[in-house]
Write a protein that binds this ligand. Structure first.
Ligand SMILES: *[C@@H]1O[C@H](CO)[C@@H](O)[C@H](O)[C@H]1NC(C)=O
Ligand SMILES: *[C@@H]1O[C@H](CO)[C@@H](O)[C@H](O)[C@H]1NC(C)=O
Ligand SMILES: *[C@@H]1O[C@H](CO)[C@@H](O)[C@H](O)[C@H]1NC(C)=O
Ligand SMILES: *[C@@H]1O[C@H](CO)[C@@H](O)[C@H](O)[C@H]1NC(C)=O
Ligand SMILES: *[C@@H]1O[C@H](CO)[C@@H](O)[C@H](O)[C@H]1NC(C)=O
Length: 199
């Protein structure tokens, strides 16, 4: 008897802990997303980012505009065609379980915070196309990002050489496909990087 009630107490307690853990993940991601959003401007399309939210995903459908959901799990951010400007707060993004990040077709300008992109260690795809991001991409930007599969930089205003952190990995070990602007493509060919058609 004592054993039974004790073990059922433990089962109950374990389930309770699970429930707390599951809901608090999404709740803390929500807080981080709100912080991320505060560095953006013209983010009127994100007006439904309102706390409290218990779960960010309902199956494959996000509760908030621009999130990516995989069978109930929040896995990415897809903010496209929203007229967004401002700063990309990578430190906040680094606290999220992101497999994908797309900021395509917005109005970001100036440098992208490439120095911090490696903090997104699980990232598989990065889409920055059609923004006015400019300046060089530091040479070691993508080094060690083993999950990275695709980087799309078409129609940005980047200059300078293709980072060797991309060219030094070959397609089988890194498999990143770089889509770049026209001026970038010339560099890429010199360095033997495979490009998808991007212009
Ligand atoms: C989706 O999640 C449910 C519950 O966690 C699971 O039973 C189901 O197999 C998953 N479906 C897919 C396609 O992963
Ligand atoms: C602000 O965003 C809207 C769409 O949400 C867009 O139509 C508008 O051009 C943007 N404004 C600027 C200044 O980028
Ligand atoms: C915003 O970006 C869109 C798509 O990239 C572009 O057509 C538009 O001219 C930009 N607007 C401003 C105000 O920069
Ligand atoms: C960039 O924007 C142009 C014009 O708005 C569009 O035709 C093109 O498909 C966009 N490129 C990408 C990679 O989204
Ligand atoms: C690329 O990968 C292949 C297969 O793993 C390997 O045989 C080849 O030596 C690698 N090339 C370079 C330049 O690392």
């Amino acid at each position: 008897m004592a054993y039974t009630s004790q073990s059922s107490f433990f089962v109950f307690f374990a389930l309770l802990l699970c429930a707390i853990t599951v809901s608090s993940d999404d709740e803390s991601y929500a807080k981080i997303l709100i912080k991320f959003k505060s560095s953006l401007s013209n983010a009127t399309m994100l007006n439904n980012w309102i706390e409290p939210v218990e779960k960010l995903c309902n199956g494959y459908t996000p509760k908030w505009t621009g999130l990516v959901c995989d069978n109930g799990t929040f896995t990415g951010i897809k903010l496209e065609n929203m007229g967004l400007e401002g700063t990309v707060d990578v430190d906040s993004l680094a606290e999220l379980p992101l497999l994908s990040l797309s900021l395509m077709n917005n109005n970001f300008s100036g440098p992208f915070p490439y120095n911090d992109i490696r903090k997104l260690g699980k990232l598989r795809t990065l889409y920055l196309a059609n923004n006015s991001f400019n300046g060089d991409i530091p040479d070691d930007t993508f080094s060690g990002m083993k999950a990275m599969r695709k980087i799309v930089l078409a129609f940005t205003e980047h200059t300078g050489p293709i980072p060797s952190s991309l060219s030094s990995h070959n397609a089988s070990s890194f498999a990143a496909t770089l889509q770049v602007s026209k001026s970038y493509a010339a560099h890429a060919n010199e360095m033997g990087i495979r490009l998808q058609k991007s212009y």
